[in-house]
Design a protein around this ligand. Structure first.
Ligand SMILES: [Zn+2]
Length: 449
């Protein structure tokens, strides 16, 4: 692989320019900003590298699909997304979010870590292999969607239409980070998601709060309903919520024990003195990776502006997310939530479903994981830490496990990449190493079976 690595080093500036170019093109799915232009840019990159490209239209933003022929029948696919989160609050950025400025070896841009850095690193790896070897050792597929940051709403449509395009022996998932100690992290799954809004209505208008003596307040009702969902020891009280949660397997426990999680650094960065329930060590890691959550993401009702306003609100709304673990099913969880509210006297509270995504896991021992770990050790000179599942969420089950494809996450971000936050960044050196790692995985995986 030395020839490939040397090629990547020699073309470092060009790859960084590709990355800057795509980062300078806003692509905010939530606001339909720059989406067409960015999809076209991804299409152009894939075509320039000689890929067979399809822009697959859905009812939402298109999926860009690219196919590269290879010497063997083995196929490796890449899942990435070209959309990014909104960039505000603007005033907290040290350089404009779409300027892709490089300072002290870091490149700053909305989307550079999540997910344009990884997308470009994968394109660059294919470019380097093609230029040095003339051919790829296996077939490579790019699946680049435009709605990851808004819950991959129309991705099921794409999967329905394009099932045969997706078949692969393994899939490299969109993200990956280095820990605070510089060790790359490889993760083998994602949590699922059941994102809902609960709506409680009272009178048909806001009222003078003097009426609170005789008229029911929907904000109180919603608070009472919420208080039945979880106890202070962090147990979700919905009947059957934990029924499908797999007990911790022995090999997962071993991986968890070896997994590095820097507690001190995290607490210090967040200005906190302890984690939830004073957890630390193995129980903390187990809770982070293998336990489901129930989170109040936002609560809205009545008056929350400056000064006092004595008002009895007409309505109260809360956004809740449940992160799910194997084998919980988001459709089952939403039904159980409905039953729970009904049984507790809250059948008037409406549930609006937003994102429903299945959790996904890749077994610890499979050819792709072996390739990713072995090549990471070679490229980074340090053995990566393995996270049996990421505590985040993505449409992995839909694109991979439901089709029998193992998926592994690895990428060019780092522990302080500030995804979704101001000053999102990656280290330029990590980006270059990431390109080499992807090229090495392609090579190694073509020989594994
Ligand atoms: Zn994201």
């Amino acid at each position: 692989m030395k020839d490939i690595y040397a090629y990547v080093d020699r073309h470092r500036d060009r790859y960084v320019e590709w990355l800057q170019e795509i980062c300078r093109q806003p692509s905010v799915a939530a606001q339909d900003r720059g989406m067409k232009e960015t999809a076209a840019m991804v299409e152009r990159y894939l075509k320039q590298l000689g890929g067979e490209v399809q822009l697959v239209n859905t009812s939402g933003f298109p999926v860009v699909y690219g196919l590269f022929a290879g010497e063997s029948d083995r196929t490796l696919s890449f899942y990435n997304h070209y959309d990014v989160q909104p960039e505000d609050p603007l005033e907290l950025w040290d350089s404009p979010p779409f300027a892709a400025e490089i300072r002290d070896g870091y490149i700053y841009a909305r989307g550079v870590a999540d997910n344009k850095g990884n997308l470009i690193a994968r394109l660059a790896a294919v470019d380097a292999l093609l230029n040095v070897r003339g051919r790829l050792p296996l077939r490579v597929k790019f699946i680049v969607e435009g709605e990851e940051e808004i819950g991959s709403v129309h991705l099921p449509e794409f999967v329905e239409m394009s099932r045969d395009l997706l078949q692969a022996d393994g899939c490299l998932w969109e993200f990956g980070y280095k820990n605070a100690d510089g060790r790359p992290q490889v993760s083998l799954g994602v949590k699922g998601m059941c994102y809902v809004e609960l709506i409680c209505r009272g009178a048909n208008t806001d009222l003078h709060s003097a009426n609170a003596a005789i008229i029911e307040n929907p904000a109180w009702r919603l608070v009472w309903a919420l208080s039945t969902l979880k106890t202070p020891d962090e147990r979700v009280s919905i009947a059957g919520f934990y029924d499908k949660v797999r007990p911790l397997a022995d090999d997962d426990r071993i991986v968890l024990e070896q997994m590095i999680y820097n507690e001190e650094h995290t607490l210090e960065k967040l200005d906190l003195c302890s984690f939830l329930l004073q957890l630390s060590g193995l129980p903390l890691k187990e809770k982070l990776i293998f336990q489901p959550t129930c989170t109040i993401c936002g609560f809205q009702s009545g008056y929350t502006g400056q000064g006092a306003k004595t008002v009895l609100p007409a309505e109260a709304r809360v956004k809740l997310d449940f992160r799910l673990v194997p084998d919980q099913d988001p459709h089952d969880i939403i039904q159980r939530l409905r039953q729970h509210l009904d049984q507790h006297g809250f059948s008037d509270i409406e549930i609006d479903a937003y994102t429903l995504e299945h959790p996904a896991r890749t077994p610890l021992d499979n050819p792709l994981t072996r390739s990713v770990v072995a090549t990471a050790t070679e490229v980074y000179g340090i053995r990566p830490t393995i996270m049996p599942m990421s505590p985040g969420t993505g449409p992995m089950f839909l694109l991979c496990q439901s089709l029998g494809i193992p998926a592994v996450s690895v990428g060019v971000g780092h522990f302080a990449s500030n995804n979704h936050a101001p000053n999102e960044n990656i280290k330029v050196d990590d980006f270059i190493q990431g390109i080499k790692h992807i090229a090495a995985i392609i090579e190694d995986f073509s020989r594994q079976s």
